[in-house]
Design a protein around this ligand. Structure first.
Ligand code: V47
Length: 375
């Protein structure tokens, strides 16, 4: 049997009083403070962090690590925003810009394998986007594939179309859900601190607006995810502030499924002068997130961005979800320098990756219920 956190807490191995205080909180399922989180980021040993994070991961999800058969759809990279970390967005009519018509989207949907359960729509905030263009997109997909879960449009895109047309968030969600929207992804959160937002994504939805859109989605009866872009100009305090705002909203709505830290990749964007963080830093970040976000059911490491080996390692630091099969359908990270330029893993490869880390692979639907494969 592997030694557990409870085995260690009352032994001489745990001499440091701050380690002991935090370990006792975690064992008692008590919430850690921002100060505790700062200590975990700056001072705690990596092995201790892993033990804390795994204790929580194990209590929530046992040895289960979830994955999904999914596909990304990126209808456009034309975007009204000028985010300095982005390697993907283009202005309309410039070289490298793309815009898919509804017919082109329909063609892509016809090609999706029957085993794919979720379509994740992500992309730029197109200047001509409207609530009805989003409704039409969702309806087009729904008409071809009545069962697939549609996870679509970041809070940044939704805020843009709702406010442009003066449609209250809840009414906007009512129209989109009636068309077939199933949930919203976690994009656009970046880092919530407004001073940093002005520097890295000056014309994007504010943090308050991002949180309000997600709150409205939860009140409208759909769930969502939350991301955090880290490893650029932010400090640990900024990360903790970001997670604290998410934790507070989750206390009120319980509508978030997964927290997804996104490591800044620097190729082909105006922030290329910033050195990318190390793998150890990524692992610490997953573990602190798992401990701090006690009310989030899942912590996801997004393998197309992190790489397969690093995603596998993250499973020892509190992560219980590695997203999906993807089938080479996303460009956001390859354009920013992710090593996998055509990300795809089949179910066999994903299961092998999870099993080799000593965990139990569970194929899931978007709501985290397990896919039962009949013999
Ligand atoms: O908001 C853009 C990030 C996000 C870079 O909900 C970058 O399951 C790193 O939201 N380096 C969009 N990150 C993607 C997204 C997402 C991804 C995976 C799963 C889910 C989910 C949502 O991508 C943006 C931004 O934070 N991003 N450029 C970059 N250079």
């Amino acid at each position: 049997m592997e030694p557990t956190l409870a085995d260690f807490v009352h032994t001489d191995f745990m001499k440091n009083p701050t380690d002991k205080k935090i370990a006792e909180k975690v064992l008692a399922a008590e919430r850690i403070t921002a100060e505790d989180a700062l200590y975990l980021y700056t001072t705690a040993e990596l092995g201790f962090l892993a033990m804390l994070a795994n204790h929580i991961k194990h209590n929530k999800n046992g040895k289960n690590v979830y994955f999904i058969q999914n596909i990304h759809l990126e209808p456009t990279n034309v975007c009204v925003c000028n985010c300095r970390f982005c390697s993907y967005a283009k202005k309309k009519g410039t070289e490298g810009a793309w815009e898919l018509s509804l017919d082109e989207i329909a063609e892509k949907i016809h090609q999706i394998d029957a085993c794919v359960n979720e379509i994740h729509i992500t992309g730029g905030t197109h200047p001509s986007a409207t609530v009805s263009s989003y409704v039409d997109m969702v309806k087009t997909i729904r008409a071809i594939n009545p069962h697939i879960h549609i996870k679509a449009f970041s809070a940044a895109e939704l805020h843009y179309v709702f406010t442009k047309e003066d449609i209250p968030y809840q009414e906007g969600f009512r129209l989109l859900i009636a068309a077939g929207l199933g949930s919203i992804p976690g994009g656009g959160a970046e880092i919530f601190d407004e001073t940093l937002r002005r520097k890295i994504c000056p014309d994007k939805t504010s943090s308050v607006e991002w949180l309000r859109v997600h709150e409205a989605s939860h009140q409208s009866g759909i769930f969502s995810n939350a991301t955090m872009l880290y490893g650029h100009i932010e400090t640990y305090e900024h990360r903790i502030d970001h997670m604290n705002r998410l934790r507070n909203l989750q206390d009120n709505t319980s509508g978030f499924n997964a927290f997804i830290p996104l490591k800044f990749k620097r190729q082909n964007n105006p922030m290329s002068n910033i050195k990318e963080g190390t793998l150890l830093e990524d692992l610490r970040n997953y573990a602190v997130a798992r401990v701090f976000l006690d009310n989030f059911p899942h912590i996801k490491s997004y393998w197309p961005m992190l790489g397969k080996e690093a995603a596998q390692l993250s499973l020892s630091f509190g992560v219980d979800d590695i997203d999906g099969t993807i089938n080479d359908s996303t460009k956001i990270y390859s354009m920013a320098g992710a090593e996998d330029t055509a990300p795809h893993m089949n179910v066999y490869e994903i299961k092998k990756l999870i099993t080799a880390a000593g965990q139990n692979p569970v194929e899931r639907y978007s709501d985290y219920s397990a896919v039962i494969v009949s013999a």
